[in-house]
Design a protein around this ligand. Sequence first.
Ligand code: GLN
Length: 490
Amino acid sequence: MSSRFLHQLTATELRDAFLKGEVKATAIAEHFQARVEKHNPELGAFLSTLGERMLIKAEQLDRKRARNEPLGRLAGIPIAIKDNTHIAGEITTCASKFLENYKAPFDATVVRLLEEEGALLIGKANLDEFAMGSTNENSAYFPVQNPWNLNCVAGGSSGGSAAAVASRMALLATGSDTGGSIRLPASFCGVVGFKPTYGRVSRYGLVAFGSSLDQIGPLATTVEDAALMMEVIGQHCEHDSTSLDLPRETYTKRLDLKDVKLGVSRQFLEGLTPDAKENFEEAQHVLKNLGAKIIDVDLAILKYSVAVYYILATAEASTNLARFDGIRYGKRSKLAKSLEQVYELSRKEGFGREVKRRILLGTYVLSAGYQDAYYKKAQKVRTLMIDAFEKAFSECDAIITPVATSGAFERNAIQDPLQLYLQDIFTIPSNLAGLPTVSVPSGYDKRGMPLGLQIIGPQMCDVPVLDYAYAYAHATGHGAIPKRYNENHS
Ligand code: GLN
């Protein structure tokens, strides 16, 4: 373990230190709990913590170790869980007032799998309400600050997960990604984020937003740690009808990119800031030096992806959120005097502005008069995009883009919802086509804010995508700890 402090290790290193008996699980739990108490008030990354529960699990792990029992592949690693994912007996708020007292009746499959492998769940991470947003400013409780600059947004919607990992209050986190919610905050906070192939990770116990787009995945300080978590959570689940029944995957640590063809679609890469543009050029240079061949592919059609997404995602959201009616889940208005008012007032009081906007939009595009003009047309364009990707993948192994047009911006800097929606222009296509995609730190802009490189692979090619990212990360070594959180004590 050398002379480093626990939060300066990667998740894999910390687990190994625990397995070798160099550190006790209870010491790990106490160390990270102290960090949360110290840093969370300024960062807002956690909505709630699981300190006592974590300590009990840590004591169990220490007892198991003393008895030489099997400990699991994530033994002793502190992991944050995005608060739209159930932990039995704990509150799942989805960062909404609607669910402020909603106690989860069961464990999400990912939560069960993580704990079976000895993970220490440290807290529920903040998010945009019901995962709708790109900055975490839509949380009904408080926003998340970016650990690289507290005046900047952390990205969204998994901003709490990204900030928790970037500041080393946790060494791994789960996120959910419907249009970029793992990858954008990962890029803004300088950590690794991975959205698996649709169906690779079970959605059972994840509160649904856009069911044909949602996917759970890891946020980590290194590609190796993200791959470790994928080996645990990337499993078939009988509770999720869209779960893929594939053999378990093992990730290799590839060091070069010889014989790998990477596609770039110049027509699609518009609107980059000069810093982001330069950074993407540099990334291509590194990839070429590793042996990759960069070729041009035509994905111009992806410029319609934001338009398509905001029709399909809102349509699915309006249907999924119909269950929050003041009767079955969460909030019930105290002012209601009739059944009609229970529905109306509970939703009025419980949902925030952005959630209401999405429900209205989704209901509109699904209404009888407009379904053909909007919803069905968007589905057709989605199919054209899937075809365009298929054609591109007949010419290359993976596609690269920047994660976003810029690094993290200041809070309240973008007020226009449309401008916020456009932040996801590069991330949304992977959700529309169900593709495995990683966001890996690629350096910094002139203000010192992190930037990210995105690698998109064909469906089921989760392993190659993470392997390419490993080679890139190994060559560049980006992904430092922000100075403020790298101090030599808790
Ligand atoms: N920012 C996108 C949205 O607001 C994506 C969110 C997500 O991936 N959950 O819908």
